[in-house]
Design a protein around this ligand. Structure first.
Ligand code: NAP
Length: 282
């Protein structure tokens, strides 16, 4: 199958290029197609005539988005709208990615796909708007919400903890925010399994995360114990959100319920900690 993938320098795009390599892949960087340019998006799709579009590219700088709302909305709302329109014109599927940040985190239980959205900042608002326009266009569109994405490339919590635990003796990590750590590799493996099953009966929004959940502090503990055993875990201190200031408020509960995706596509995902082991040890 000829698959066009955006954002291949990013975490998820990179893993998709690796995992889907038995397909004919057209991987796009920002240089190949700038998502702030709708005409260029149309031209690239017309030129390559893909049979599937996958869009992991996004404006992902959560705090910086507060100062660049127009840019965030161009990339996270306007660009996926153009892709959805083109996918509909050619009657091909579009896989788009979204985020736990569409929710405010006030729910006590794990979030379901049809729970009301209420983003806390510009990044979440722009991703939420992206979901809405893609759904409005309709056709064979899929929105996979994921959370706490990490990998061995780029900037993410996993690499930060590995680095800091080798440089410092004491670390403080937030323990009152919960979520589901999701590796780029896990996402790409599930997408590979899902692609042959895409059809007009199963379009919509899905939560694409492993089983289980944890706090940032528990995630840090697991990362450090597996990558840096000489670090004394008694010196990994649990702190509260108000002790770690960020420009944008983060959802307290980011846990996404993955029952719908498991049932629809017969997935049997690993627990988040098994997926982490796979990233670390292969
Ligand atoms: N990271 C997370 O923790 C997280 C959590 C939940 C959901 N998600 C969602 O999951 C998806 C994948 O995230 P990720 O972590 O793989 O993101 P990422 O590592 O930040 O990668 C984003 C990609 O988008 C590209 N991009 C940004 N602006 C562009 C533009 N104007 N034109 C073309 N390409 C552009 C980047 O290119 P450059 O390298 O040139 O900048 C990069 O390749 C996104 O939809 C994101 O919202 C992420």
């Amino acid at each position: 199958m000829k698959i066009l993938i955006t954002g291949v320098s990013g975490q998820v795009g990179h893993a998709l290029m690796r995992e889907l390599n038995d397909h004919e892949l057209i991987g796009l960087t920002r240089q190949d197609c700038d998502l702030t340019n709708p005409d260029q998006i149309k031209e690239v799709i017309d030129h390559y005539q893909p049979e599937l579009i996958i869009n992991p590219a996004a404006y992902t700088k959560v705090d910086q988005a507060e100062d660049e709302p127009e840019l965030a909305f161009q990339i996270n709302r306007d660009a996926p709208k153009v892709m959805a329109e083109k996918a509909r014109e050619y009657n091909i599927p579009l896989i788009h990615f979204s985020t736990d940040y569409v929710f405010d985190g006030d729910k006590k239980e794990a979030y379901l796909e049809d729970d009301p959205t209420h983003p806390l900042g510009v990044y979440g608002q722009s991703k939420c708007a992206g979901e809405e326009v893609v759904q409005e266009v309709g056709g064979l569109t899929y929105i996979f919400r994921t959370s706490w994405v990490y990998s061995d490339i780029g900037h993410n919590f996993y690499l930060t903890m590995k680095k800091l635990s080798s440089e410092r003796d004491e670390l403080k990590v937030v323990a009152d925010q919960g979520g589901v750590p999701t590796s780029n590799q896990f996402i790409a493996e599930q997408i590979k399994h899902i692609i042959p099953q895409l059809n007009e009966t199963n379009t919509g929004i899905y939560h694409l995360v492993p089983d289980g959940s944890c706090s940032w502090h528990e995630f840090a503990k697991e990362i450090i114990s597996q990558t840096n055993p000489q670090f004394n875990l008694e010196h990994l201190h649990a702190i509260q959100t108000h002790e770690f200031r960020t420009k944008t408020k983060r959802p307290k509960n980011s846990v996404l319920n993955n029952a719908k995706i498991k049932q629809t596509f017969i997935l049997n995902p690993k627990n988040w900690s098994q997926a982490l082991e796979k990233v670390i040890h292969g």
